[in-house]
Design a protein around this ligand. Structure first.
Ligand code: FMN
Length: 367
């Protein structure tokens, strides 16, 4: 068994005055498309509880803030009383294991289609430019409907949807929310210059492109308090046709500006992994943003135990989020602790709807 001294990921970290973590292995947000009809299901309680440990922190899958926020079938929402009620047993099951859980609140923007929109209307976005068809993990071509560019006077209502979703999350018992501002969805559509072609106060300069994100942060922090608000950014990603001509400037601006709003953590995704001497390594390009931001930092993207330990040990990050490894290994912290082999993830069942297969049937260690 590894000693804790050689295992920086297994050391405690005080995230906020009211939230002390006993280790630094965070469950990354993972959409699983098993919330039938956008309502959280009992099998989600099983799934999250499987990944909960005393003093751990879990982040939920992307969760819609309104009826215009959805872009896929069977992703959960948090805008109706029924959804809030259905989240409660999920949160309770996680708390019963001693872990904390933040709800990732999300608006898909143009990554949507008429069929997911109320009245079959066009999805809304920063732009009227559509997303090109994307290849899904099972080899199908996913197509999106042409979006409608939001008018300036419509934006406050969307900001308010995030505020209400955050309040609903607290009512459901969540310990906080993560504002999903990554991977090509609505907030990132505003942030990046490939998808923001506006010439009003929400487009053009960096400050203007970040205005919508900052208004959401501001509204959510005022509603539930900064200690309960984190934000996720992927400045270097190009997912869903969202990329920026100067990701460094964007990331630095956001990390610095966020200090004025008192959010508890900044969660950032690494650029794609690089090959160095035939081995895949995490590029570790986020240090300037970690240094600019005064709160806690969560790094994500391609980490394994060794890279995660190194990153914490070097002071590169406070916490590390694990996506695919945690998906396939419900007892990931324990496996790291004892140096056990890991289950392999099956990407073909990432988004299938079975409540068990590829979801809650990944094996625990036999001890
Ligand atoms: C099946 C699957 C679903 C995902 N869903 C979300 C999501 O809902 N929200 C989000 O911010 N990222 C989502 N991601 C991205 C992950 O959170 C993470 O950034 C990515 O998997 C890289 O981390 P990893 O190398 O540890 O897996 C998803 C990734 C996968 C594989």
């Amino acid at each position: 068994m590894e000693s804790k001294e050689s295992m920086p990921l297994l050391t405690p970290h005080k995230l906020s005055p009211s939230l002390s973590l006993s280790h630094r292995i965070i469950l990354a947000p993972l959409t699983r498309k098993r919330a039938y009809g956008n309502i959280p299901q009992p099998h989600q309680a099983t799934y999250y509880a499987q990944r909960a440990t005393a003093g751990g922190l879990l982040l939920t899958e992307a969760t819609g803030v309104s009826d215009t926020a959805q872009g896929y079938h069977d992703t959960p929402g948090i805008w109706t009383a029924e959804q809030v009620d259905a989240w409660r047993p999920v949160v309770d099951a996680v708390h019963a294991k001693g872990a904390a859980i933040f709800c990732q609140i999300w608006h898909a923007g143009r990554v949507s289609a008429f069929e997911f929109q109320p009245g079959g209307k066009a999805p809304v976005s920063s732009t009227a430019k559509g997303v090109s068809p994307q290849m899904s993990v099972d080899g199908r071509l996913e197509e999106f409907s042409p979006p409608r560019k939001l008018e300036v006077d419509e934006i406050p209502a969307i900001v308010d949807d995030f505020r209400k979703a955050a309040r609903n999350a607290i009512d459901a018992g969540f310990d906080g929310v993560e504002i999903h501002s990554a991977y090509g969805y609505l907030i990132e559509q505003f942030l990046k210059d490939s998808s923001n072609d506006r010439n009003d106060e929400y487009g053009g300069t960096l400050e203007n492109r970040c205005r919508f994100a900052m208004e959401v942060v501001d509204a959510v922090v005022k509603e539930i308090g900064g200690d309960r608000v984190g934000i996720r950014l992927s400045p270097f990603a190009d997912y869903m046709d969202c990329h920026d001509s100067d990701p460094h400037a964007l990331a630095l601006y956001m990390s610095t500006k966020l200090n004025d709003h008192g959010v508890v953590y900044l969660h950032m995704i690494e650029p794609r992994m690089a090959m160095v001497e035939g081995r895949r390594v995490v590029p570790k390009r986020l240090l300037p943003y970690r240094e600019a931001f005064k709160g806690a930092f969560i790094a994500n993207g391609g980490y394994d135990m060794e890279e995660g330990n190194k990153a914490v040990d070097e002071g590169y990050t406070d916490l590390v989020a694990f996506g695919r490894l945690f998906l396939a290994n419900p007892d990931l912290p324990r496996r790291f602790e004892v140096g056990a082999e890991l289950n392999k993830y099956d990407r073909m069942t990432f988004y299938t709807s079975d409540p068990v297969v590829g979801y809650t049937d990944y094996q625990f260690l036999l001890e």
